[in-house]
Design a protein around this ligand. Structure first.
Ligand code: UD1
Length: 433
């Protein structure tokens, strides 16, 4: 199994270029099959999750042409409308967002069957709000044998109030409603930047969606969608991760190709604890010289502090002065990585959905296991700040959402290598001394 071997202790310094947003890409790649035309999608992150979704849509007959690592052309024309349109478990178990194909295929073909989603194990992840939305549009939805099926004679616009703010349900129902007859109103919609990006993408295909980015989205159904060319927005979480890399290693990083507005919750917290943040049109620079201070954080839907930045920020606070309290209000099981961090010396206590962190001066190196995507990235950064050699196992999680993570960290001066054998670990140790 691949692992990262890390020699910590050096501040990360320099520039990093952020790729396209994984969570926007997953919605957009699924939505691309909603036309028989060709969608040319650029700035696609070349990560495991997007590649798995591309495989899944190829498996049901769509044509996927890789133009380069980060550009893909997709045509839904060949989809097996009379044959097997089932998105089977092999793909779906690997990524949660395959369920976007439910909304996309239901919208276009009025039928879809997808295996129940997997993804990161960060707590129970129900899909009742997706189902509620599809049913309101007139679909029959059934769950049996681990599959979820939806079909409709006609899809008709409706007024839908989401009981919880859900990124996935908002995108999924928005896609189906784009091709429904008449008007749909989604209330209590999620407002994340990637919701806006998926809506913009659908509009560029001829959909009529207004209000994305607010909590009321209005959709006028259209009869068909057409070809488009689109470039995905920068990844807010990848950017935030590198911002905390500067904080954790007391470095100086210019994070380029970002939309600073999307990073405000993260910038504000970093400034509050003593980091210097400089904002440019499409970049942010984070400079940290001294030990940062404590704060409290509660994860919330956008524009609140993102749950996907919770581990990286907790790791930052584990090295700050004083006591910090983190409340995880989105996913109940998102503190598992703190056991691993404790093995690096962190002083943490978890009570329900709250973590209490006593800051320490330095982590000690250890062999740790990445329990999920974001916590995995956090543990790598913890290793980069620790003295000695850290090994991070389970890096397939990190590869789900970070493109060339180790390469980007190396370019900032991080001593990190992807290895598969003990011999490679020894070689790395000899190289870096
Ligand atoms: C998406 C992101 C994930 C991020 C999360 C929250 C993708 C592919 N993944 O996940 O990285 O951590 O948003 O920002 O974009 N819920 C229900 N019923 C539902 C749907 C959700 O109760 O039908 C609950 C969930 O249990 C959770 C909350 O709503 O407590 C938010 O979940 P949601 O926004 O749907 O997250 P995902 O779309 O799965």
């Amino acid at each position: 199994m691949e692992q990262y071997v890390i020699k910590g202790g050096k501040p990360l310094k320099g520039e990093v270029i952020i790729g396209g947003a994984k969570n926007a890409a997953l919605g957009i790649l699924a939505a691309a099959v909603m036309t028989d035309g060709v969608c040319d999608i650029d700035n696609m992150p070349n990560v495991r999750d997007t590649n798995v979704l591309l495989q899944a849509i190829e498996a049901i007959g769509a044509t996927v042409t890789r133009k380069s690592a980060n550009e893909v052309a997709i045509s839904g024309k060949g989809i097996h409308t009379n044959g097997d349109m089932t998105i089977d478990d092999e793909y779906i178990r690997k990524i949660r967002a395959s369920y976007y194909l439910l909304g996309a295929l239901l919208g276009k073909y009025h039928k879809a069957q997808v295996a129940l989603p997997g993804g990161c194990d960060i707590g129970s992840r129900p899909i009742d709000q997706h189902i509620k939305g599809f049913k309101a549009l007139g679909a029959e939805v059934e769950i049996s044998h681990g599959m979820i099926s939806a079909k409709a004679e006609r899809l008709v616009g409706a007024h839908i109030y989401f009981d919880v703010v859900s990124v996935g349900a908002t995108i999924n129902v928005m896609m189906a409603a784009a091709l429904a007859e008449g008007n749909t109103v989604l209330e209590n919609a999620a407002k994340e930047p990637h919701i806006v990006d998926v809506a913009n993408f659908l509009n560029s295909m001829g959909a009529n969606i207004k209000g994305a980015g607010t909590d009321v989205i209005r959709i006028k159904g259209v009869s068909e969608l057409h070809s488009t060319e689109y470039s995905i927005i920068p990844d807010q979480i990848e950017a935030g991760t590198f911002m905390t890399a500067a904080a954790i290693t007391k470095g100086d990083i210019l994070v380029k190709n970002v939309i600073p507005k999307h990073l405000e919750a993260i910038s504000a917290k970093l400034m509050e604890i003593g980091a210097t943040i400089e904002e440019y049109d499409d970049a942010v620079r984070v400079v940290v010289n001294d030990r940062l201070t404590n704060t409290n954080i509660k994860t919330l839907p956008y524009p609140g502090f993102p749950t996907d930045m919770q581990p990286q920020m907790a790791i930052t606070l584990a090295l700050s002065t004083g006591t910090s309290v983190i409340t995880e209000s989105i996913f109940e099981n998102r503190f598992k990585y703190l056991d691993e961090l404790s093995r690096m010396g962190a002083q943490v206590k978890v009570e329900g959905n709250t973590a209490i962190i006593e800051g320490i001066e330095k982590f000690t190196s250890a062999v740790v296991q990445a329990p999920d995507l974001r916590a995995g990235a956090g543990l790598v950064m913890a290793g980069l700040s620790a003295d000695g050699f850290t090994i991070v196992e389970g890096i397939q999680y990190i590869q789900r959402g970070y493109e060339d993570f180790e390469g980007k960290l190396r370019a900032l001066g991080g001593q990190i290598e992807k290895v598969s054998t003990e011999k490679e670990i020894q070689k790395f140790k000899l190289k870096v001394g």
